[in-house]
Design a protein around this ligand. Sequence first.
Ligand SMILES: Nc1nc(=O)c2c([nH]1)NC[C@@H]1CN(c3ccc(C(=O)N[C@@H](CCC(=O)O)C(=O)O)cc3)C=[N+]21
Length: 299
Amino acid sequence: MATVIDGKAVAAGVVEQVTAASAALEAQTGVRPGLAVVIVGNDPASHVYVSSKSRMAKQCGFKSVQHTLPETTSQAELEALVETLNQDPEIHGILVQLPLPDGLNSDPVIQSIRPEKDVDGLHVVNAGKLMTGDLEGGLISCTPAGAMLFVRQTHGPDLSGLNAVVIGRSNLFGKPMSALLLAANATVTTAHSRTKDLASVCRNADILVAAVGRPQMVKAGWVKPGATVIDVGINRIDAPERGEGKTRLVGDVAFDECAEVASTITPVPGGVGPMTIAMLMANTVTAAMRAHGIKPPSF
Ligand SMILES: Nc1nc(=O)c2c([nH]1)NC[C@@H]1CN(c3ccc(C(=O)N[C@@H](CCC(=O)O)C(=O)O)cc3)C=[N+]21
């Protein structure tokens, strides 16, 4: 039976480090890190995530600002708000909750965030720094950064000689995760919907990372015995056993059967998800410390 990573406990450790760094910044400069989260429309899941981000920011001692805009917000209004936040010296991190409502184009909005305030790590400057192996100068996308912390805890910082397979090539996760694994010297395969015989590609992996958005797609036969399995999926499926109309959260990995084969595995919920929020806090205090010429801790 695999070791099941307790994402909540690891996230709590990161939040403790962030809170201490935030207090040190305030003691040195009188400034608290400022995080602004912008949400447009009324998608219930987005509101759940945004309130947990705002709550965690307050817990870390940040100045936490939430802008909730109506579904009818125009592209120009949204980009104008981002520009106001870019100019605000008390705001060090800006996050625009994705996905945006239909009719709004997220790419120009994300690219209009100043790179040094882009705590999502999605700006091309930050994504480019990561692709070129510059892990110190930019801001790294939260979910991959969190997933990589699990990999480092299990395998150490140097993944030389290990095969890693990332299933999924999104800009939010797959591509930055592949870049982080490569920077740690793993031999990386980025698999996707056009990959031939995906199961046999996955069976090669010492580190298997699933971020496809397909509930419980990865089966035990896809997992190399003794591998580390990182599940990034957040899928809501019907849970009739819990009652009429009830749902539950599952990952992209068939957890029970894969846990029999893997040596280490992350659960959903309670794995990568909480780490996403914690790494957003880490990016925010990093941005604030850099803005005041103070070297941030590495998380
Ligand atoms: N600009 C932007 N940046 C994001 O990082 C971003 C986003 N938009 N849009 C949505 C996704 C999704 N996301 C999650 C955050 C926390 C959990 C999380 O804490 N999940 C809990 C369960 C929470 C629940 O019960 O639903 C867990 O896995 O244990 C999951 C998913 C961040 N996202």
